[in-house]
Design a binder for this molecule. Structure first.
Ligand SMILES: NC(=O)c1ccc[n+]([C@@H]2O[C@H](COP(=O)([O-])OP(=O)(O)OC[C@H]3O[C@@H](n4cnc5c(N)ncnc54)[C@H](OP(=O)(O)O)[C@@H]3O)[C@@H](O)[C@H]2O)c1
Length: 427
């Protein structure tokens, strides 16, 4: 495969401790104006500031597509030769199954009407792969902009409301990236199927995005699920053809949406996929400079490490309505120890390899965050929105039940947070 292939997964230059990266800021966010000076502290990638990703690439809009929108001034798209730029679309369509024991598709699905769908660009001349990004929030806009600006794929953003172009202001990299992908607001207008789909809604919004998933996918589409938790595949599988490849993703990217199509980027900036041909094909869609997609060999460790990070900080900040400073309270730290004892025991049962002192290290890490930093769950609570408690604490409880591991503290947080989310959702 050409261009951008990222192998091995663990980020170069980051120390590994028992297979675990020594430093991850997870998905803790900064408020606008709060704690920004800490970015360099939180992420050594700040040293890369000033590197420009690539030229603005314009993306072609399928003619006459209902619900489609295009930013003013964008019109070019496919190369005049009609050839793809550095990616062979058949790589996505022809993915081989991973070896037994890997996590790709443990949820068999019945046949789906889209299984018989024709591929519009399957004309054998190497047309650019087509990617749909479902969800124009912080994560969706960030990665859609990188994809569109990289010029290796035709990008369609599936959004509930139209917007002009994408603009990613990176405080970490010191860059502003602009891109003008096609924006669709009606699933009926999609020219499906796509070679790849990035699903970037919140976990609990997956079923609500079912019409997009159904409209965008077909035989051999690779769906990367950029959501928190460890159950991404099971969440998405019911809505896509059985022949589609569904890959869970673990996102490390501190981004905040500041307006329609507008994102501020503060920490990290990549997502992991379980290594395999499909993951490498997705990685090849992105510009290679920043290793935006990192396939990893040890998926259970990658997925559960991120889940344990979320378990540590998200629920307590959301329930208390306080930022990371609350995690320095000794009594709160005892609660965190209990939560992590349960979560890491479940993680080990699921095959994750975390160091013996993981909980202490994790608690010390979150306690070192600047006061103003919050979590996505806190921000959802402050915004009166449903939270991702089921994808985080629910996942620990369900896996614990499968393995006979008691998880009363995670259950308690799940129950309390779910009650708040139900109020927010009006149910
Ligand atoms: N933000 C981060 O820094 C970060 C970091 C790591 C992991 N994550 C994880 O990444 C995932 C996405 O997070 P996010 O921060 O990007 O969330 P977000 O900003 O809330 O974005 C979610 C987007 O999905 C859209 N959406 C929801 N239902 C939809 C539907 N039926 N059709 C079309 N669009 C729909 C929303 O549309 P509206 O705009 O219309 O509401 C919103 O734009 C979450 O699981 C999160 O935990 C986030």
């Amino acid at each position: 495969m050409e261009g951008g292939l990222q192998l091995g997964g663990e980020r170069p230059g980051r120390p590994l401790v028992g297979g675990v990266e020594a430093e991850h800021a997870g998905e803790q966010h900064h408020d606008p104006g709060a704690g920004r000076a800490a970015d360099g502290l939180l992420d050594p990638l700040g040293a890369e500031a000033g590197l420009v990703l690539g030229p603005l690439q314009r993306v072609v809009a399928p003619a006459g597509v209902p619900g489609g929108h295009r930013a003013a001034g964008s019109g070019a798209g496919r190369s005049s030769s009609g050839k793809g730029q550095g990616f062979n679309a058949t790589l996505l369509g022809g993915c081989r199954p991973l070896a037994a024991g890997t996590t790709r598709d443990p949820y068999p699905a019945p046949p789906h009407p889209n299984d018989a769908r024709a591929r519009p660009y399957d004309d054998g001349v190497g047309a650019a792969p087509r990617v749909a990004v479902i969800g124009a929030g912080a994560v969706g806009c960030f990665f859609a902009a990188q994809l569109a600006a990289g010029g290796r794929a035709e990008v369609t953003v599936c959004a509930r409301r139209p917007f002009g172009d994408l603009q990613v202001s990176s405080e970490l990299w010191g860059t502003t990236l602009r891109a003008a992908p096609l924006v669709q607001t009606d699933p009926a207008g999609l020219q499906a199927p796509f070679d790849a789909v990035l699903l970037a809604t919140k976990a609990h919004q997956t079923a609500g995005a079912a019409a997009w998933l159904a409209a965008a996918t077909g035989p051999g589409t690779t769906v990367a699920v950029l959501q928190n938790g460890v159950e991404q595949v099971g969440r998405v599988r019911p809505w896509v053809p059985s022949s589609a490849v569904v890959l869970p993703a673990v996102v490390y990217c501190g981004v905040e949406r500041t307006g329609p199509g507008r994102v501020t980027h503060r920490t990290h900036g990549w997502f992991h996929l379980p290594d395999g041909e499909a993951a490498r094909a997705v990685a090849g869609l992105f510009p290679p400079e920043r290793e935006l997609v990192q396939p990893v060999a040890d998926w259970p460790t990658t997925a559960w490490r991120k889940l344990c990070e979320n378990v540590t900080a998200n629920g307590v900040t959301a329930l208390t309505g306080r930022r990371m400073e609350v995690l320095r309270d000794p009594a709160v730290q005892e609660l965190l120890r209990g939560l992590l004892a349960e979560a890491t025991t479940v993680a080990a049962s699921e095959g994750a390899v975390l160091p013996p002192d993981y909980a202490d290290r994790q608690i010390a890490r979150v306690a070192a965050f600047p006061d103003g930093v919050g979590t996505s769950m806190l921000y959802d609570r402050l915004g009166g929105l449903p939270m991702e408690e089921d994808a985080i604490y629910g996942a620990v409880v369900r896996a614990g039940a499968r393995h006979g591991v008691a998880t009363p503290l995670n259950q308690a947080l799940l129950t309390l947070l779910a009650a708040i989310s139900a109020t927010a959702a009006g149910t």
